[in-house]
Design a protein around this ligand. Structure first.
Ligand SMILES: *Cc1c(COP(=O)(O)O)cnc(C)c1O
Length: 409
């Protein structure tokens, strides 16, 4: 048996064989950063986004001025929604919109769904204790506001079908889960969980923040009710770019969202005395959309469309497998624990490793241009963004963690 070759040689071979390697040139150079491993928190800007933002200021905003609203901005929350739907969600036109932060979009969707007559008599909302803070906090508030009770799934390894079966009953109005767990990277079985919740008469809201853009999604085919997700993670929309919402076709006209603003009213420019929701998906728009914050997302969607989400997922699986292989080889001997599922079919595009020294280690790494992120109590997340991350960056990152631990030993 030949011993495994050095990590650098394996990384070079993987990069040489990577059919998506050329996409790395489509991103703005990252300055002093030698390994960017946080694309799951904030994706890198594309070169096209940088150009689009500059051109927008000088040409579109600069010369079209208020006429821009009629020419394209007014429709942008819906045209960009359709584009996200087509490229990344598996959604037919007319079911996705771009709104505010994920938090606010989740609020709109949860409140709208709870008013549906088929679940209005049910008093429970199911959520998991490992879900992202905003999702949990938001539901605490909504439960208090609407007289509902939260039923918590406590599944540190990730929400399974069995765990769901125990929590969902004929009292469940809504289940809110993340497709990929933000901390562990566990990938939930979205189609089967949705099917089980539906069997029991509950609706499901999927938070897609950590899956959209990193894997193929088929929301229409999977019969998803409602969903929301970030655009600044794997859709590279930039800090604070607004979230999207998705609504199943037959629910669009039946839902009424609670933030009744003029831009989602039936006739916005009549400025009439009372609110009536606009026909179709526009009813989910509230106030003036954040046009400049939507430009970069559009640029990234062009790249995702060109690469294809199947190829993106294939590379994501290889990247996370390589990170796990190196973690086992170089970090586990130093007492590091691997939190992310070993089964590629059950993990998203980041790998989480834990060690008590990691808070300090991450500070050191950031200062040297190796940029993963830190999650309490002592986790490092290696976020691997398939179109911008190289296998060699994974190697550099894991070796830097090993070196930092060796310096402490
Ligand atoms: C990143 C993330 C959010 C972020 O919410 P914002 O309101 O956009 O800040 C919400 N939910 C999950 C699961 C996330 O990963």
């Amino acid at each position: 048996m030949t011993p495994p070759s050095a990590p650098a040689a394996r990384a070079a071979a993987l990069d040489a064989a990577d059919p998506l390697a050329r996409f790395r040139d489509e991103f703005v150079p990252a300055g002093d950063v030698v390994a960017y491993l946080d694309g799951n928190s904030l994706g890198r800007p594309t070169k096209a986004a940088a150009e689009r933002l500059a051109r927008f200021a000088t040409d579109e905003w600069g010369t079209r001025l208020i006429r821009g609203w009629d020419e394209s901005w007014y429709e942008l929350p819906l045209t960009l929604g359709d584009r996200i739907g087509a490229v990344a969600l598996g959604a037919a036109p007319g079911q996705a919109f771009v709104g505010e932060s994920t938090t606010v979009v989740l609020y709109k969707l949860v409140r709208a769904v709870l008013d549906l007559p088929e679940v209005a008599g049910r008093d429970e909302i199911v959520v998991d204790s490992q879900n992202f803070p905003t999702d949990r906090y938001l539901l605490e508030g909504i439960a208090a506001e609407c007289g509902k009770r939260l039923v918590w799934i406590d599944a540190p390894g990730g929400v399974t079908l069995d765990a769901l079966a125990v929590a969902v009953s004929d009292r469940t109005a809504l289940v809110l889960l993340s497709h990929v767990a933000y901390r562990s990277g566990h990938l939930a079985d979205l189609p089967e969980i949705t099917r089980l919740a539906h069997e029991r008469g509950a609706l499901v809201l999927w938070d897609l923040c950590h899956s959209v853009g990193a894997m193929p999604l088929e929301l229409d085919a999977w019969d998803v009710d409602v969903a929301a997700g970030c655009t600044y993670k794997y859709l590279n929309g930039g800090p604070g770019s607004p979230a999207f919402g998705y609504v199943r076709a037959d629910l669009v006209e039946r839902l009424r969202q609670p933030i009744q603003g003029w831009m989602g009213a039936a006739a916005p420019f009549e400025m009439g005395p009372a609110y009536e929701p606009h026909a179709g998906i526009r009813r989910f728009v509230s106030g003036t959309p954040t046009i400049t914050s939507m430009l970069a997302t559009g640029a990234m969607l062009d790249l995702i469309d060109e690469a294809g989400t199947d190829a993106i997922r294939a590379k994501s699986e290889l990247l996370t497998a390589f990170a796990l292989e190196l973690a086992d080889e170089l970090l586990v001997p130093h007492g590091v624990a691997v939190t992310t599922p070993r089964d590629a079919a059950r993990r998203g595009s980041h790998v989480t490793i834990d060690h008590p020294a990691f808070e300090e280690v991450v500070r050191e790494l950031w200062a040297t241009g190796v940029v993963p992120d830190f999650r309490r109590p002592h986790g490092i997340r290696l976020g691997l963004s398939p179109l911008s991350t190289s296998f060699d960056e994974v190697r550099i990152g894991v070796e830097a963690v090993r070196d930092a631990l060796e310096r402490r030993a």
